[in-house]
Write a protein that binds this ligand. Structure first.
Ligand SMILES: [Zn+2]
Length: 186
């Protein structure tokens, strides 16, 4: 019994050391990215919607910008790449969805435009808290940058994510996406 406890202690120590060294995530926990991206890790955006949803988007943008790997910069209505907005749609392709992202292009592998909808009536129906809704916005912004769905339990890119914020592997995936040529995926 005592011996087992010691072994467990060693195992935990080893795991901690690996994490502290910042070793690249293994395939089972890595956040995947697709073949397309923006030309640079920087896009201009406009937001529309109620002051509440502007707050949700602003908070999600602040979280991604704080990672240092990508920058969402306010644009103008005449000049912007990404539109962040809301919809009360509940049926068809929006059935039971919390949010959705549409990307245009890619042209030569590069996104040309993106549009994100937070689906306000579904979010209300399923009682998403403000935090949950920020996580949905962070997830959709992940798609805007080129990330795909992860199976890692703590990833913001988990399909139908509600509870997860941005993980280390999510940040690493953005870094890799913008250091990897278009046409290649993770
Ligand atoms: Zn998604």
């Amino acid at each position: 019994m005592k011996r087992k406890r010691i072994r467990l202690g060693v195992l935990i120590l080893t795991t901690t050391l690996v994490l502290n060294l910042g070793v690249v995530a293994d395939a089972s926990t890595a956040t995947p990215f697709g073949t397309s991206r923006w030309r640079a890790p920087r896009v201009t955006y406009v937001v529309s919607g109620s002051s509440y949803y502007r707050y949700i988007y602003a908070t999600a943008i602040r979280a991604w910008n704080a990672t240092g790997q990508f920058h969402f910069v306010p644009g103008s209505y005449a000049h912007h790449q990404v539109t962040l907005t809301t919809s009360g749609a509940t049926t068809g392709q929006y059935h039971m969805l919390a949010g959705i992202t549409f990307t245009s292009g890619p042209r030569n592998g590069y996104f040309t435009q993106a549009r994100v909808l937070l689906l306000t009536r579904n979010l209300a129906t399923y009682h998403y808290t403000t935090y949950d809704q920020i996580h949905v916005a962070e997830h959709e912004l992940g798609h805007v940058m080129g990330l795909q769905h992860s199976t890692a339990r703590n990833s913001v890119m988990l399909a139908n994510n509600r509870y997860n914020g941005i993980s280390r592997n999510d940040i690493y995936a953005v870094e890799r996406r913008y250091h990897t040529p278009v046409g290649r995926h993770s």
